[in-house]
Design a protein around this ligand. Structure first.
Ligand SMILES: *Cc1c(COP(=O)(O)O)cnc(C)c1O
Length: 393
């Protein structure tokens, strides 16, 4: 059974055996414990009942189970945004003096977090285009990459990444935002998978959100992360949930609201259908545009047997031509989002990457004419026709 059929048959349709089929929105920030002993047990983690919405909420928990099931993981913690999920992992596992090694292209927000914000807290990062070039030092604690690099669709060698993570006992984190169901990073040795649920997972530009997805931690990590062993002794396969909740949700509060969890759950109902349609559309659009312009859409990777999703970039050589294209298109929404049901586009250099130096822009392949596209559910011939008319007029 392919991952889309599996999802549609065993995950979305099986979420509720009893009670309301649509997930109830539990609009409560706090929860009454009933008696003091239960309160003590909830705080000690012996009783799994809601403690306070910053630490978890029943509607959010339902979303967490659904997202964990997508990657056959042991659990997930939902966050207020995708950046919240990335920030949660980095701040839960790292401390001053530690180092993160990133491979391939990166979402602009992740790059800014690493190089501007975490730098202030003494956490360093190094960047490599290829896994083959990676150097690990005694301070390296984490290996980070995106499943498909944003916005140029670079794909790292996951086999090599897995090998490095294994050899050095470093935490391997993959941002799988663009490719749920298309790629399971746990199959390639990921320890933690992060998502922005704002994108294809919810799919409708209605709800900001993120998730940290985890499996039982491997023992090799306990050397570099001794606190993880303590959580493991208490929580077993859910150790990473303990780390994230105790070390960051409690203290930094990047928690998802019940209402956003509800909206994201609505989006998840149609995930498999949407993703198959946008891949079909994106592949068609890429193939047609390639006849006249440079298209960045890395289609032939062995790691992605079903395709790489709906994001692609086109290089229109200069800013004027890029602006003219965006201006003339009747289909495109000009916005800093991807993964929507609608077709979206944005000029990269003047927006998301405008804060970064020329060297950094060059490193990430942000050329003056680069336009990122996220192909939606519309009729693919109509999208192509609109794009060609916008390019030629
Ligand atoms: C959008 C995005 C993020 C950040 O997610 P938000 O929900 O906007 O905070 C992180 N990683 C990737 C790959 C993204 O596309």
């Amino acid at each position: 059974m392919n991952p889309f059929e599996r999802y549609q048959t065993f995950i979305v349709q099986q979420s509720s055996k009893e009670g309301p089929i649509s997930p109830p929105i539990v609009g409560s920030a706090s929860f009454a414990y009933g008696d003091p002993q239960t309160a003590e047990d909830i705080f000690a983690g012996k009783v799994a009942k809601p403690l306070y919405a910053r630490m978890g909420n029943p509607t959010v928990a339902r979303l967490e189970s659904a997202i964990a099931a997508i990657d056959e993981a042991d659990g997930a913690v939902a966050t207020a945004s995708g950046m919240g999920a990335i920030a949660a992992v980095l701040s839960a596992f790292l401390q001053s003096g530690d180092e993160v090694v990133c491979v391939g292209s990166l979402f602009g927000g992740t790059y800014a977090l690493l190089t501007q914000t975490l730098q202030r807290f003494g956490i360093k990062s190094r960047f490599y285009k290829k896994a083959d070039d990676v150097e690990i030092t005694k301070n390296t604690k984490m290996l980070f990459c995106e499943s498909v690099g944003n916005p140029t669709t670079t794909i790292v060698d996951f086999a090599k990444m897995q090998e490095i993570a294994k050899n050095y006992g470093v935490l391997f984190v993959v941002d799988n935002t663009l490719t749920p169901l298309l790629f399971n990073p746990f199959d390639w040795g990921a320890d933690i998978v992060v998502y922005s649920t704002t994108k294809i997972l919810s799919g409708h530009s209605q709800s900001l959100g993120g998730a940290v997805v985890f499996k039982e931690p491997r023992e090799a990590l306990f050397d570099k992360f001794s606190f993880l062993k303590q959580f493991y002794d208490k929580l077993g396969a859910k150790a990473i949930m303990g780390v994230i909740k105790k070390r960051v949700m409690r203290d930094f509060g990047m928690s998802m609201s019940a209402y956003n969890a509800y909206l994201t759950l609505l989006g998840l109902e149609t995930l498999a259908l949407r993703i198959q349609r946008v891949i079909h559309n994106a592949q068609y659009v890429a193939q047609e545009l390639e006849k006249s312009i440079k298209v960045l859409y890395n289609q032939n990777s062995n790691f992605f047997p079903y395709g790489i999703g709906q994001m692609m970039s086109i290089d229109l050589e200069n800013k004027n031509r890029a602006f003219a294209f965006l201006q003339k298109s009747k289909f495109l929404y000009i916005t800093a989002n991807i993964g929507d049901a609608r077709t979206l586009g944005l000029h990269m250099q003047s927006t998301i990457y405008s804060d970064f130096s020329t060297e950094v822009q060059e490193y990430f392949g942000i050329t003056p004419g680069l336009v990122r596209l996220s192909i939606g559910l519309e009729n693919p011939q109509a999208i192509v026709q609109d794009f060609l008319q916008s390019l030629n007029s």
